[in-house]
Structure formats: C-alpha cells, structure tokens
Ligand binder design. Structure first.
Ligand SMILES: [Zn+2]
Length: 63
C-alpha cells in the first residue's frame, strides 16, 4: 500500500499548513432581487433560480 517513506519535518508540515487561509465565499447578485447570493444556489431572499420562483420565502416574524 502507498505509505509515506519518510516522515516530514515539523517545519515542512507547518509550512504546508501555513498556506491555509480563510476566504470569504464567492457571492453573485440575484437577478430578481439584486441581493447577494451563492452562485448555483436558489436565492435565499426571493427564492428564485434561473428566473423562476422555486421556493416560497416566508417572512420571518420579528421575535
Ligand atoms: Zn433573489
């Protein structure tokens, strides 16, 4: 089975992990309501996708 032949040093491991950065998710603008939404997902504020209404958005009651 494929196994690592040699153990990597702590420095090598930590250098690899240092490249990980937190990134903000990509956002696209909904063509229906002009709100930011995730690409390839139904808009969460108006419930439309590809110009069609997919889901009904129930107005959240202020608690
Ligand atoms: Zn929308």
């Amino acid at each position: 089975m494929a196994n690592p032949k040699h153990r990597h040093s702590r420095a090598r491991r930590d250098k690899r992990r240092a490249n990980w950065k937190f990134e903000a998710p990509n956002l696209s603008i909904c063509p229906e309501c002009k709100e930011p939404k995730l690409p390839h997902r139904v808009c969460l504020s108006c419930g439309s996708y590809n110009g069609k209404k997919i889901i009904e958005i129930i107005e959240k009651a202020a608690v």
